[in-house]
Design a protein around this ligand. Sequence first.
Ligand SMILES: NC(=O)c1ccc[n+]([C@@H]2O[C@H](COP(=O)([O-])OP(=O)(O)OC[C@H]3O[C@@H](n4cnc5c(N)ncnc54)[C@H](OP(=O)(O)O)[C@@H]3O)[C@@H](O)[C@H]2O)c1
Length: 252
Amino acid sequence: MAERPRVVVSVGASVDGKVALARDALLMRRPSSELWAAITPQAADPVDILEVVRAQYGCNAILEGSGSLVAEDETPDGLPAYDGDAAELYEHFLPPEIIGLVSPPHMWFTAVDSRGRVRWTEDHENWDVLVLVSRSTPVDYLAYLRRERICYLVAGDNRVELAEAMAAMGTELGITCVLSTAGGGLNGALLRADLIDELHVTVLPALIGGVGTPSITDGSPLGVGEPATRLELLSVHTDIGGAVRLHYRTVA
Ligand SMILES: NC(=O)c1ccc[n+]([C@@H]2O[C@H](COP(=O)([O-])OP(=O)(O)OC[C@H]3O[C@@H](n4cnc5c(N)ncnc54)[C@H](OP(=O)(O)O)[C@@H]3O)[C@@H](O)[C@H]2O)c1
């Protein structure tokens, strides 16, 4: 398998490791956006982690899970039924008019979405959407992505097989580094798949609590006797407002 892109995780978390205020209270929506802003101190010297990893590794993709964009209890808008040949939709969709144009400073906004829940309505200059789907993704959703000329890669049977998807991002699109700005579900799955190379955490001076509230890495628990993933501290910075920025790399 070709060398996969480097995976760097960047997340803001309370001191007790929560990355949201409650399950299904998406940070991009009010009132959570305002409540989260209220516990995020103004940094004296703010750092844009995306710019840091772009400079370090030529990072050209960010990664999100569908859980940051659509709440679990939400029903996405219906899509027209597809009545063509389903088999051909389960091939990667990388239209040449999009990937042919891709060059710096172009970025990929990548989202894992094997259940086909996200509807794409926004355009951003120099960004294209890349959806990671699986062979269980509803055919109507794949037809929708093709109609909208939205790129996708197919990896895995029931869910997105993350190692395969990362490798395809490298081989098909030349992506060298992925910045995951996801929540605990996707970051936990990346952790279990041994795909996390580095972690930037901004620890916010707040406690949130709550069983089931997304944390930095959720996903499946370790089995009894299974070891934790060890980290090496690369840097630490304390902001005047009380946030602490930590930068680690995983130790093999
Ligand atoms: N504080 C921060 O920096 C920060 C950053 C991002 C998000 N958030 C917050 O965190 C919350 C979202 O977190 P979340 O944990 O609910 O959602 P999430 O991180 O988006 O996790 C769910 C996503 O991960 C995928 N996934 C989970 N396990 C998988 C596996 N084993 N293999 C492959 N794919 C897998 C799911 O795929 P399927 O849909 O295919 O199952 C889904 O796309 C929101 O409230 C958001 O606002 C906070």
